[in-house]
Design a protein around this ligand. Sequence first.
Ligand code: FAD
Ligand code: NA7
Length: 539
Amino acid sequence: MSDEKHVDAIVVGAGFSGLYMLKKLRDELGLDVVLFDKAGDVGGTWYWNRYPGALSDTEAYLYVYSWDKELLQDHAITHHYANQPTIIGYLKNVAARHDLRKNIVFNTGISSAIYDEKNGLWHVTTDKDDDYTCRHFVTALGLLSASNVPNIEGRETFKGQSYHSAQWPEGVNLEGKKVGVIGTGSTGTQIITAIAPVVGALTVFQRSAQYTVPAGNGPVAEEYEKAIKENYDEIWEGVWNSSLGFGLNETSRSLHDVSEEERDAIFQQAWKKGGGFRFMFETFGDIATDEVANKYAQDFIRRKIREIVKDPVTAEKLCPKDLYAKRPICDSGYYSVYNQDNVSLVDVKANPIKRITPNGILTEDGVEHALDVIIFATGFDAVDGNYTKFEVRGRGGKDLKEHWKEGPSSYLGMFNNGYPNMYMVLGPNGPFSNLPPAIELEVRFISDLIKHAEEQGFATVEATGKAVSTWSDACDEIAHMTLFPKAESWIFGANIPGKKNQVYFYMGGIKAFKEALERTKLNGYEGLTLTYANVEKAG
Ligand code: FAD
Ligand code: NA7
């Protein structure tokens, strides 16, 4: 074991969250900071998710930071949505412009973080056995970052190649191959649409059919880009005053207040324009809250599926029967892929996967689907998934896994009780929204708080137990005003066997979240306890 090094702050994760955190703590607070990531470069999500078709479904001009105003002008907007190479290019540019790499240690995971109460320090150990101490420990581990590879019997016996979408290596060639894709979420639909034209044969193993609408992606005109760049201040103002931060005209119009013709025309217009969040939130204000309104949206999409997919049996398999209340997704021609001769669909709810064999996938009906490649587009152990993968111990040596055994919780998505000076960016019960704006709000709040603590000489910052439970109750209450908890998805932990099915997000929106943070600060960091070395000052 090497000698222990001391720094002011450690940040874990080099995605949107960690990079901004590093910039703030180092350049504005003047702290000595080191950032670790097990990845080989910056990018987080976009370092790992290099699968064919990987695309953000936030409009490209809002899948960026608002704070680097010069870069907002310099960064080219070529398409409505940014693909993986564009986003990684953007984040690499951020790292270069702000000289962030010199404080980052890549290819290095954090294996433990243990709080030393006596000295008010975190002891952090890497998977290279390097030991550090720091006063401030920031986790920016990502909420869609811990891959879920289902434990399907025989997985290790497969003789071909297999990849999870979020562990996609460079140089995979699928041309002419027999490929099986398990999973039809946002990722699965992107992969399927992208690879169908190049693979020899594609077999899709679908457990739940998805409601997906056209993305409406494509190149943008020069005037479009110019108009965005001229109006960025106003655009961001709109984001901070919105619920979702996606740059939509979020509507409160009820579906029940329009005629049938008008309703269909509004849906049709949104379908034509494209965008998953747009279809759900710009058409009517009650699709996500009212089952009857929701049913009309479902019916519209099902009608589209039946129109697009020529084979009626396949079309029926593709028609979801449940609520339209998962994260809304969009695609670049997903349903029409099933009109290709080389594509087939297996409904694994009706005909489950029995096991993976050396040559492919065997389903209950006795058919062995011969495959060269299996792609797991099976999603993530979302939100707290990375927090359970290493040892985090707070006051009294309490393991975070134990602390969260009834389900993960936080105050404002960022703070725990019993874990002083540990700050989570996008921790449990943070905003459900376009994420860069949510990240910015959290990073700025944490950075301001650390600045305040440093200036006032506070040794520790920690949420009260009451603040955590009040915030958790609020998140629970707000989520249950929507239909989302009634649909089984990663948003509520339903996709991972054995995972606690609960509310993992604050669904009150960006504006309300921002106001909650402002109120907290104005009230002297209410809900947080700030202590001098031995004396407590209630927040
Ligand atoms: P991440 O980008 O996930 O970065 C976390 C980093 O932490 C990773 O690099 C990981 O290696 C590192 N890490 C974790 N644990 C450790 C450890 N123990 N030691 C060292 N390093 C560790 N959001 C949107 O708002 N709009 C979209 O359109 C959108 N599209 C998406 C598409 C895909 C395919 C996926 C997977 C996610 C998408 N998201 C989208 C969500 C996306 O994750 C966020 O927008 C954003 O990138 C999160 O940034 P982050 O820095 O918080 O986390
Ligand atoms: P998702 O949305 O969780 O989708 C994962 C898919 O994989 C989904 O269709 C699952 O079916 C399926 N799945 C998971 N496990 C299995 C097993 N064991 N057998 C068969 N099928 C399985 O993850 P994504 O990566 O697509 O998207 C996550 C988010 O990232 C997305 O919302 C964007 O925000 C970016 P299920 O629906 O659970 O029945």
